[in-house]
Design a protein around this ligand. Structure first.
Ligand code: SAM
Ligand code: SF4
Length: 326
């Protein structure tokens, strides 16, 4: 088992398949003219497979595919098929637009739970946030997943003044639909124009929801990032991912691989370890993985050095979210 310097066991790998995306979410990527990674720098199918295989040998039992948008990668299906042989829990995070094209692949590769991002229930606002007019497609695909028996978690990034007032509407969805909606505090990444005063906090979310519904906390699992709640009589649940105001680093079990094959020991790590170049050179990547993990900071890459209200996001050393793989 992989363990970091704080004795935290790490068994969960998030692999970014691409930094490309068919959306342009304002909170995720710097601008329309982003420099995408040259194809030669991306991990190829067999390289993803080999690197994942090494992580599995080291104890990884859960793999999430992400990006960018994982389903825009031409060989996304082939990659899922390759990774299915490891018998880990295999899952993905997607913007939902191409889900209908992959339903059979998900079934064939044992994917049973999918996270779909959706920040608003208003189609005009959806177009403003994502800069793409695809609300109906995403919503239809969420329903398609539910109809096909998938567990669906809906990720909403909450930004003050943009969409926080829709939180009760998202909670209302859980009344009749077995959806798990997750409200994510807006996080700072390179180029995403984050400001502390745009964060709608965990405490504010609970207060807002409490004004509309009675709710009770649900027992979580040890490595959960989301604090889960249930409203009596609702089929689904809601949860809050409070990375900014109440981080959950003490029980973190996550490692990340960017689409260009760099390992990040934390979403906010300043440093990264070049696994792909080593693999291509025929080197043993196990010591590199272990060393990268040993450098993991106790809390959010050691970069949240001030309270969030005082935090200067431009001084943080990191990538944009779209190039990390959220
Ligand atoms: N394209 C896929 C999607 O949108 O689900 C996967 C990649 S996206 C980077 C992964 C998750 O990160 C999404 O749920 C997205 O909403 C979230 N995310 C991106 N930027 C964020 C930010 N600044 N703060 C909080 N969450 C963010
Ligand atoms: Fe694309 Fe997902 Fe980022 Fe939106 S959040 S730009 S869908 S990678």
């Amino acid at each position: 088992m992989l363990t970091d310097g704080f004795n935290r066991p790490h068994n969960y790998l998030r692999i970014s398949l691409t930094d490309h995306c068919n959306f342009r979410c304002t909170y995720c990527m710097p601008n329309e003219n982003m420099d995408f990674m040259p194809a030669a720098h991306l991990m190829q199918q067999d390289e993803i497979d080999r690197i994942a295989g090494v992580f599995v040998q080291l104890g990884v039992n859960k793999i999430r595919l992400t990006g960018g948008e994982p389903l825009v990668r031409k060989d996304a299906a082939a990659i899922m098929e390759k990774l299915a042989k490891y018998n880990t829990k295999l899952t993905l995070t997607t913007n939902g637009v191409r889900v209908h094209e992959f339903l059979q692949v998900f079934k064939k590769t044992g994917i049973t739970s999918i996270n779909v991002s959706l920040d608003t229930l208003n189609s005009q606002k959806f177009t403003q946030i994502t800069r793409r007019n695809e609300f109906d497609r995403v919503w239809n695909n969420i329903e398609l997943l539910l109809d096909n028996g998938f567990k669906v978690k809906v990720n909403m990034v909450v930004m003050k003044g943009v969409n926080e007032f829709e939180i009760p509407d998202f909670v209302a969805l859980t009344r009749n639909l077995p959806l798990h909606v997750r409200f994510i505090e807006f996080m700072p990444f390179t180029g995403n124009r984050w400001l502390g005063n745009r964060v709608f906090t965990y405490a504010q979310m609970l207060e807002l929801i409490g004004g509309h519904y009675p709710f009770t906390p649900l027992e979580g699992n040890p490595n959960d990032t989301a604090k889960k709640f249930k409203i009596p009589g609702h089929s689904g649940t809601f949860a809050i991912i409070s990375t900014v105001t109440e981080p959950f680093c003490a029980t973190c079990n996550r490692m990340r691989l960017t689409a260009d094959g760099k390992m990040k020991n934390c979403l906010f790590s300043a440093g990264e370890t070049d696994i792909l170049t080593a693999l291509r050179a025929g080197a043993d990547i196990v010591p590199l993985i272990q060393q990268c993990l040993s450098l993991k900071e106790a809390d959010r890459g050691g970069q949240f050095t001030a309270s969030f209200e005082q935090l200067d996001a431009t001084a943080m050393k990191n990538r944009s979210m779209i190039t990390i793989g959220g």
